[in-house]
Design a protein around this ligand. Structure first.
Ligand SMILES: [Zn+2]
Length: 334
């Protein structure tokens, strides 16, 4: 009897504690929503980014930037819009973007759109800053001379070379079960084995080799250090572009490897994945401690890949089966 009474009291206390914990949890969640979807960093660098700007907004902001030749920065514009929406991009309307662009063209500062502007500018800038700018591409002119053409625009490429078919869907965060239960921290692009894969952005090859999840994979760090591009499940036997090595500099659009289905095997060079596809991931690094830690920030690449679908790199196939880019390309104005 005594035992039962104690037990009942303990049970009641436990119920009370659970209710209290749930209430606190709700308050924290509500606070998070109220702070405009921003997990306010407690240190001096960003620890959380949700990149969910729709592809249509990316394209429209990009067009404004290109039309004004960089006078209206697309990342400023998108950050201003994120402030207006409190981070909720389901509210996106093209007319809102146009209105802010007009205000900025009239001389208004993008930062006047909300107190979280600097957060969005830094977070979105980490994703987008390296993708637009000056570049020169080699072309053959009407009389057969090779000339360098200067342009200002998108200088990042779709990872699937031009003319190769692929399918994709918004699959970021979906659950995966090989090894242990974990979230899908990347984006899958389904195609045929042997499809040439190109570097989205210029940078340094910082990792190359086998991993039991990713199979043959390559990791490329952007020159500003803020982005780490991860390409996985490359082809069995000949995964990489000839000569690709750690430490090497690659240019956006360079062929880096070939689509395959390697991975899900502790044993090297095994194709255990059913459907050939490229797994591409983008990790943001605001502080070096975040790189290869439990606090990695991976972003959803679906909107960005939709944007880049219209900007793919043309390749040519040599007799040995190797693909290389058709037109030489360099960043900058000279
Ligand atoms: Zn994947």
């Amino acid at each position: 009897m005594v035992f039962r009474s104690v037990s009942r009291n303990a049970g009641r206390r436990w119920l009370l504690l659970t209710a209290l914990a749930a209430a606190i949890g709700l308050l924290i969640f509500a606070g998070h929503r109220m702070s405009e979807n921003v997990a306010v960093p407690t240190g001096d660098y960003i620890r959380y980014v949700e990149f969910d700007v729709p592809a249509t907004a990316l394209q429209r902001a990009l067009d404004v930037d290109v039309r004004t030749e960089g006078e209206i920065d697309w990342v400023d514009l998108l950050s201003a819009l994120a402030c207006r929406y409190g981070g909720d991009w389901s509210r996106y309307q093209a007319t809102d973007l146009d209105a802010i662009a007009a205000e900025m063209e009239g001389g208004q500062s993008a930062a006047e759109n909300g107190k979280y502007f600097s957060y969005y500018r830094e977070a979105y800038g980490a994703v987008l800053d390296g993708l637009l700018g000056d570049f020169c591409e080699q072309r053959t002119d009407d009389v057969g001379n090779t000339v360098w053409q200067h342009q200002y625009g998108l200088k990042a490429f779709c990872p699937i070379a031009k003319g190769f078919a692929y399918t994709e869907s918004d699959d970021f965060g979906a659950s995966r079960s090989y090894g242990y239960k974990r979230r899908h921290l990347g984006h899958d692009m389904m195609g045929l084995t042997g499809t040439p894969i190109v570097a989205v952005e210029s940078g340094t090859v910082v990792m190359l080799g086998w991993n039991q999840y990713g199979g043959w994979r390559v990791g490329i760090r952007s020159s500003d250090g803020r982005r780490y591009w991860y390409y996985a499940h490359l082809r069995q036997d000949r995964p990489y572009a000839a000569g690709l090595a750690e430490g090497q500099q690659v240019t956006a659009g360079d062929v880096i490897g070939y689509m395959g289905r390697t991975g899900y095997s502790a044993e090297e060079n095994v194709s255990n994945i059913v459907t050939p596809h490229l797994h591409i991931g983008l990790e943001l690094i605001f502080d070096e401690s975040q790189f290869e830690s439990d606090n990695e920030i991976w972003v959803n690449l679906y909107p960005l890949m939709q944007l880049l679908a219209k900007h793919s790199c043309e390749t040519v196939r040599a007799e040995d089966g190797e693909y290389t880019r058709k037109y030489a390309f360099k960043e900058g104005i000279g």
